[in-house]
Design a binder for this molecule. Structure first.
Ligand code: FMN
Length: 244
């Protein structure tokens, strides 16, 4: 399915497309419009209403240029619920000619930011020499970033957040570098408010960095792999990848 580099990075190219069951059967795109339609509620509208504008979505639907997409996953389960969404997104995106470079952050050696501000005095260089030395250049050269995570205490996992924190030395460069983005989230509960905090977080990331949102998949009520298999969520993730 992918080329596993010695350093743990997985790269998925268009040649890898077509190895997935969900491909071919999904032609339509998952955009905010579809999500709103499915959710159909005032809560979902209030959470998503500041994301991509109709003009952004049209641009995304019609751009068609092959992109380099960096995917950062946050689960310690290699075959968990969010891994399935990640796999499906990759299948959809590579089928459309995009290349996905995927880092499973739970399996990368990345230390938490020490807030030492060494980077401030050393031209954006971090004092820690670890996997961020390979991850950050990939992010800085990508056209799009995809965050994939299970919900842990209503937000992304610490493993994924650690990587985001460690982007701080290059925040100026990141803010100048235009990128599209998407987010895929899974969680065990089915309460109507359990995704509020992660959506609020995603929205401020969009605003700050700024990223151009291409869509989110919020898969609730899927505690373990068997719960998500057979639901519509994997197909939604595939469609989102294929919509780019
Ligand atoms: C530390 C921890 C915190 C969790 N917090 C939440 C939560 O806040 N809300 C929720 O619905 N599920 C929560 N869950 C359940 C996971 O989100 C759920 O099992 C998810 O499908 C796991 O994804 P994975 O298989 O990709 O690891 C938590 C699980 C763990 C281990």
């Amino acid at each position: 399915m992918s080329d596993m580099n010695d350093d743990g990075r997985r790269q998925f190219t268009p040649e890898h497309a077509g190895t997935n069951d969900f491909e071919n059967s999904r032609k339509s795109t998952l955009t905010r419009r579809h999500l709103l339609k499915m959710a159909g509620g005032a809560l979902a509208f209030s959470l998503l209403s500041d994301l991509a504008s109709p003009a952004d979505l049209l641009a995304a639907d019609n751009s068609g240029k092959p992109m380099k997409i960096v995917m950062l996953t946050g689960s310690p389960h290699r075959q968990g619920t969010s891994a399935l969404l990640a796999d499906e997104f990759v299948a959809g995106a590579t089928a459309k000619g995009h290349t996905v470079v995927r880092f499973d952050t739970a399996f990368e050696k990345v230390g938490p930011c020490r807030a030492c501000y060494y980077c401030e005095k050393h031209n954006g260089e971090c004092i820690q020499k670890d996997a961020m030395q390979k991850i950050l250049p990939e992010v800085l050269s990508a056209d799009m970033i995809v965050l994939v995570t299970p919900l842990y205490y209503f937000n992304m996992t610490a493993q994924l957040k650690t990587v985001l924190d460690r982007m701080m030395p290059q925040r100026a460069a990141l803010r100048e570098h235009h990128m599209k983005s998407a987010m895929l989230v899974t969680c065990g509960s089915n309460t109507d408010w359990n995704m509020d905090a992660i959506m609020a977080h995603y929205k401020v990331l969009l605003r700050y960095l700024p990223w151009e949102d291409q869509g989110v998949v919020l898969a609730k009520n899927v505690f373990a792999r068997k719960d998500i298999e057979g639901t519509a969520f994997p197909a939604e993730a595939n469609r989102l990848g294929a919509s780019l």
